[in-house]
Design a protein around this ligand. Structure first.
Ligand SMILES: [Fe+2]
Ligand SMILES: [Fe+2]
Length: 288
C-alpha cells in the first residue's frame, strides 16, 4: 500500500482550508488499493472450517449494510462542490461497491445462502451520508480489533483472513476521510449555520449510539449473539476467540492506533469512539 507517510511534526491543517481539502483528496487517491473480487483465489477449507464460516450469523446483515453504504456514498458525491473531493467520494463509493461484490463472491463460493436486497436509494442525501459515515466510525473501530482477534486465534485459515485485509485498510481510509470531510463541511458554512449542523451531527451520532446500546443490552440478556444491526459488537462470540470486554476494547484501541499511524498526521483523526473506548477501558474490570 502506498500510504502517505505520517509526519509527526506537522500539526493538523485548518479544516476546510484549500490545503486541507487538497491533502484530503490526495491522501485518498494515493492510498487507493487495486484488487478485483472476481479474481480472488478463495482458499480451500476443511469441513470444520467451512462449517464455522457458513455458521457465522452476520452474512445477511453484512450484505445489507454494504448495499446501503455503497449506494449512499456513491450518491453522496453530488453533495460536494469541490471537484477533487467529489471524485474522492465517488471513489469511496466504488470501494464500497467492491466490498459488496467481495461479499457476493465469498458467499457464492462457499455457498452461503444470502438474499440480495434491491439497491438502496437514499432519501435525505446529506443525512444518509452522515448516518453511514458515523456508523462506519463505530463499526470499523470494532472491526479492527475483531479482525486482529480472528487473525491471532487461527480459527480461520490465514489465507482467508488475508483476503479481507484490504477491506480493513479501506475502512481506515473511509473513516479518516469522513471525519475530515465533516469538519471541513462545517467550517465552510456561515458561522451562524454551524451550530445547527453540529446539532444534526450530534443527533445522528446519538441515533447510532442508541442502536448500539440496544445491541449491548441484548448481549447481557440471553447471551445469544444478536443478529441484525451492529454485528461488529457481537462478532467476537463467533470467531472463536475467548476474550473479555476489557481485552476486546484494548485490542480495538491498539489496532486503531496502529492503523491510523500510517496516514498523514496533518489530517484529523476520529476521536469520539476511541475516546469512549479509553474511558470504558478505565472503568470496565479486567475480568469482564
Ligand atoms: Fe464497506
Ligand atoms: Fe467504508
Amino acid at each position: 500500500m502506498s500510504a502517505v507517510p505520517a509526519d509527526c511534526e506537522s500539526p493538523p491543517l485548518r479544516a476546510g482550508s484549500p490545503e486541507h481539502k487538497r491533502l484530503l483528496a490526495e491522501f485518498f487517491f494515493a492510498t487507493h488499493l487495486e484488487y478485483d473480487p472476481q479474481r480472488i483465489d478463495w482458499p480451500r477449507l476443511s469441513d470444520e472450517q467451512l462449517k464455522r464460516l457458513t455458521g457465522l450469523p452476520f452474512w445477511q446483515e453484512a450484505v445489507s449494510t454494504e448495499n446501503v453504504t455503497s449506494n449512499t456514498i456513491t450518491a453522496a458525491a453530488a453533495l460536494e462542490a469541490d471537484p477533487q473531493l467529489r471524485r474522492a467520494i465517488a471513489l469511496q463509493g466504488l470501494e464500497e461497491q467492491r466490498h459488496a461484490r467481495l461479499l457476493a463472491a465469498l458467499t457464492a463460493h462457499y455457498r452461503i445462502p444470502i438474499e440480495f436486497p434491491p439497491p438502496y436509494a437514499p432519501r435525505h442525501l446529506e443525512d444518509d451520508f452522515l448516518f453511514a459515515g458515523f456508523g462506519e466510525c463505530f463499526d470499523s473501530f470494532f472491526a479492527f480489533g475483531l479482525f486482529a482477534l480472528a487473525r491471532e486465534s487461527g480459527y480461520f485459515p490465514a489465507a482467508l483472513v488475508t483476503v479481507f485485509e484490504p477491506v480493513m485498510e479501506e475502512e481506515v481510509r473511509h473513516i479518516l476521510f469522513f471525519v475530515n470531510w465533516v469538519k471541513a463541511r462545517r467550517m465552510q458554512l456561515a458561522w451562524w449555520k454551524r451550530p445547527a449542523f453540529r446539532a444534526r451531527c450530534a443527533w445522528i451520532i446519538l441515533k447510532q449510539v442508541a442502536s448500539r446500546v440496544k445491541t449491548a443490552r441484548s448481549l447481557g440478556g440471553s447471551g445469544a449473539p444478536a443478529s441484525g444491526e451492529n454485528f461488529t459488537l457481537t462478532a467476537h462470540q463467533d470467531i472463536g476467540a475467548p476474550v473479555t470486554l476489557h481485552g476486546l476494547l484494548a485490542m480495538c484501541l491498539a489496532e486503531n492506533d496502529r492503523r491510523m499511524a500510517r496516514y498523514d498526521a496533518r489530517l484529523l483523526r476520529p476521536k469520539r469512539v476511541p475516546g469512549l473506548a479509553r474511558v470504558l477501558l478505565r472503568v470496565v474490570p479486567k475480568s469482564l
